[in-house]
Design a protein around this ligand. Structure first.
Ligand code: ATP
Length: 248
């Protein structure tokens, strides 16, 4: 997935300026930067989530398999299956664990039979590292799970429709350290199957989970490169100041 000259404004106020970046299929890309620098706004351009904010205006191109996702003939429902999203606060549907995962494959017609749908649900829950904990209570409500389990359920829900990209907007910020560690392990397991993009405030987390890091400041992409290099030898003074804790 690639962005070319992407800018976003809210009611005329610029929030993201002229961002170009390539995100590789087999890598985790972390977006870091101080609060309000535009990380979430830019992340949301990648599956047109900003469409839901009337004051938001996006210019530039986002290419998925070479196709501009802002083209007028793009089916946004299909797009959001191809580019899944996991939010800061786990948001399972108020339905059963099974239904949370089965819903997407059903509306996208990915299963020909009940048995096939059940297989997709099982496979997705296994991939999300949740199967063993829920296999005997698939009919219980998704909202009855712990926060960390709910977040893994949301990841299973995203995976179930076989996405190309998974966007994660601070997926661990509402979780305790143990649940956070499980999500980080899961991100490492999922890598290679999807392009994963994660917004995080936690620089240790960015260093642990990502291969590439993008540092944003005041709506600009200041620096983008291999995570190891960004954290050990940043080229830009602003990046260095941020990662050494001079501001944030
Ligand atoms: N729905 C909105 N309407 C108007 N302005 C918004 C909206 N969402 C974000 N902004 C503004 O856009 C700018 C970038 O915000 P954004 O949330 O993308 O930054 P961020 O880096 O993700 O911040 P944080 O780390 O605090 O989540 C900020 O000035 C913010 O006030």
């Amino acid at each position: 997935m690639a962005a070319r000259g992407v800018s976003v404004s809210y009611a005329g106020k610029q929030a993201v300026s002229d961002v170009s970046i390539d995100m590789a299929v087999d890598e985790v890309t972390a977006f870091i930067g101080p609060s309000g620098c535009g990380k979430s706004t830019f992340l949301r351009t990648l599956n047109r989530m900003n469409d839901t904010i009337p004051s938001a205006h996006v210019t530039g191109k986002i290419l998925l398999d070479g196709e501009d996702i802002y083209a007028s003939d793009m089916d946004v429902v299909q797009l959001r299956a191809r580019v899944g999203m996991v939010f800061q606060k786990p948001n399972p549907f108020p339905k059963s664990i099974f239904e949370n995962v089965a819903y997407g494959p059903r509306i996208h017609g990915l299963a020909q039979s009940k048995g096939e749908l059940a297989d997709i649900v099982e496979r997705s829950l296994k991939r999300a590292g949740l199967w063993d904990e829920v296999k005997d209570r698939l009919q219980d409500s998704g909202t009855a799970l712990s926060g960390g389990q709910q977040q893994r359920l949301c990841i299973a829900r995203a995976i179930a429709v076989d996405p190309e990209v998974i966007l994660m907007d601070e997926p661990c910020s509402a979780l305790d350290p143990i649940a956070t560690a499980r999500i980080e392990e899961l991100i490492a397991d999922l890598r290679g199957n999807y392009a994963i993009v994660i917004v995080t405030h936690n620089m240790q987390q960015a260093a642990r989970v990502s291969q590439r890091t993008a540092f944003f400041h005041l709506g600009q992409l200041v620096e983008y490169g291999l995570t190891d290099e960004i954290f050990t030898a940043p080229r830009e003074a602003r990046t260095k100041d941020y990662i050494t804790g001079r501001y944030g």
